[in-house]
Design a protein around this ligand. Structure first.
Ligand SMILES: CC(C)(COP(=O)(O)OP(=O)(O)OC[C@H]1O[C@@H](n2cnc3c(N)ncnc32)[C@H](O)[C@@H]1OP(=O)(O)O)[C@@H](O)C(=O)NCCC(=O)NCCS
Length: 163
């Protein structure tokens, strides 16, 4: 049951909850932790899901990377709320914004291959994302032996029905 749950742009008041959710998932090696100062500074990139009681259920960011390319990152849904479509809603909110920004493609570097494939993403080689590799990956402790999977979505092919 997801009635009354709201997917919306993040507010500054959401940051501490986002930080805690991301830290928990990062502790399991599923994504990168984000510092509070990063989250405050990048708040405009973030969407959240809020429960009818005002509890933060999840968050996700759309980060423009290049003229036609964006990244889906910092995606997390509370452990006890997974499997109810909130992750999909968050990504679809980002896809809607891609259309406003004229971003043609989005990608994710992730361990959640099946989740992203269910949303229409396709697995690609990281070499098709040179801007990401040279801007971020080379500075990452995992480089060059990163085991995350790169997936890309052509925005024009995506369907969105989150609002
Ligand atoms: C990945 C994550 C955000 C998914 O959120 P969620 O709310 O559980 O996902 P949804 O309920 O919207 O699932 C959408 C679809 O993906 C499938 N799916 C979701 N997670 C899956 C998984 N781990 N394995 C297989 N399928 C999965 C669902 O069954 C659903 O399929 P459907 O199209 O048949 O309905 C959540 O598992 C999570 O927070 N994981 C930890 C953090 C993480 O790994 N983030 C990704 C970093 S890029």
């Amino acid at each position: 049951m997801t009635e009354g749950y709201l997917t919306r742009k993040a507010h500054l008041e959401d940051v501490k909850g986002m930080h805690a959710l991301l830290l928990q998932a990062a502790g399991k090696g599923l994504l990168l932790p984000r510092a509070l100062i990063y989250l405050y500074g990048h708040i405009r990139n973030f969407y959240v899901v809020e429960s009818p009681e005002g509890i933060l259920v999840g968050c996700c960011a759309l980060a423009p990377v290049w003229e036609d390319l964006g990244e889906i990152c910092s995606l997390v849904v509370r452990e006890d709320m997974r499997g109810r479509g909130f992750g999909r809603n968050l990504v679809q909110a980002c896809i809607s914004e891609c259309r406003e920004l004229h971003l043609k493609k989005i990608f994710s570097l992730t361990y959640q291959e099946v989740f992203f494939v269910r949303l229409g993403f396709r697995v690609v080689d990281k070499s098709v994302l040179p801007q990401k590799v040279w801007a971020d990956c080379v500075n990452c402790a995992k480089y060059p032996d990163c085991d995350e999977i790169a997936l890309v979505l052509d925005v024009s092919e995506a369907t969105t029905a989150w609002m």
